[in-house]
Write a protein that binds this ligand. Structure first.
Ligand SMILES: O=C(O)CCC(=O)C(=O)O
Length: 296
């Protein structure tokens, strides 16, 4: 679903937006299939929780960095409507997809409750600018229905949160709970927010319950004081091979691969990259004039 300017305006004014029906039913079904290559389904987990203690050993045990084995799951992180929204929000097509994660939570074994915090704490070496220059757009694509009982993210609108000093990046447990809004919605919804916005993970309030989400975070490329994951550091992972073979030049560029027309591409690199990633179509990189415009 196209994310209109009204959605971007809400992110700018309130710090976040929740949009239902972002994914089509087919996109959601295909992604959920891939999700359950990585994590047990609700039914599998609750039938044998003792078999899956590793995914609930602590709050973050159900968090996995992408890309993933499943291409339909991985490609949600650069869904064309998400990339389009991120380009408009960050004011450039020269974007860095700086983190992809999958997060599975299951009720019962672990307390997912958190204090309110701002994500820039571990997405940024410094602090975000108050004038919102160099924004980081962070997102959760819900892969299961999330009600009040399903450990929804809770967010503090900017109208309240902006009065709280940027540092420290987190509040005391319980602080500002009276102002928080629960991010609920059916599977296929998207929650978008920025790294200077107060929010927190919350506990399940029912049992047995589960929550699944794919997280994808964007910023303008070339700002090394911000970021989180190193794609070159993950390059030996088989899922990176799948990504390199299936992605378009535009999609590869979100991970840092030079566009067609870049001086990196010459006879030697075309030959050796083809050896590294059998099946990759490098034809676009042989024709310099196909390079998309990346000006702001
Ligand atoms: O999982 C959530 O709902 C939010 C978690 C969160 O904010 C965090 O771990 O930084």
């Amino acid at each position: 679903m196209h994310l209109g300017d009204d959605v971007l305006d809400r992110i700018r004014t309130e710090g976040y937006a929740v949009v239902e029906g972002f994914l089509t039913a087919d996109e959601l079904a295909a992604a959920r299939e891939g999700l359950f290559d990585e994590f047990p389904t609700h039914e599998q987990y609750f039938a044998e929780p003792e078999r899956y203690v590793h995914v609930v050993a602590h709050q973050f045990a159900g968090l996995r960095v992408g890309p993933f084995r499943s291409w339909p799951l991985t490609r949600l992180a650069f869904h064309p409507d998400l990339v389009d929204a991120a380009e408009r929000f960050c004011g450039t097509t020269d974007l860095d997809l700086y983190k992809i994660e999958l997060w599975a939570k299951y009720s019962g074994a672990v307390d997912y409750d958190q204090a309110h915090h701002r994500d820039y704490g571990n997405h940024h070496l410094l602090v975000p600018r108050a004038d919102r220059r160099w924004p980081q757009l962070t997102t959760f694509i819900l892969l299961s229905d999330v009600t009040e009982h399903d450990a929804p993210t809770k967010v503090i609108p900017r109208s309240i949160g902006d009065d709280v000093p940027l540092w420290p990046d987190r509040l005391a447990p319980g602080e500002l709970h009276e102002h928080e809004v629960a991010v609920t919605g059916p599977a296929g919804s998207i929650f978008l927010y920025t790294t200077d916005v107060l929010h927190r993970g919350s506990a399940f309030t029912g049992h047995p319950r589960s929550r699944f989400a794919l997280l994808a975070d964007y910023m303008a490329r070339g700002n090394p004081w911000m970021g989180k994951v190193s794609w070159p550091g993950a390059a030996l992972h088989p899922a990176i091979r799948t990504l390199m073979v299936h992605a378009t030049p535009r999609e590869r560029h979100l991970f840092g691969v030079p566009l067609p027309g870049h001086e990196y591409w010459d006879e030697q690199t075309l030959h050796d990259v083809a050896l590294r990633y059998p099946g990759i179509d490098l034809t676009p990189y042989t024709s310099p004039d196909t390079s998309p415009d990346t000006s702001p």
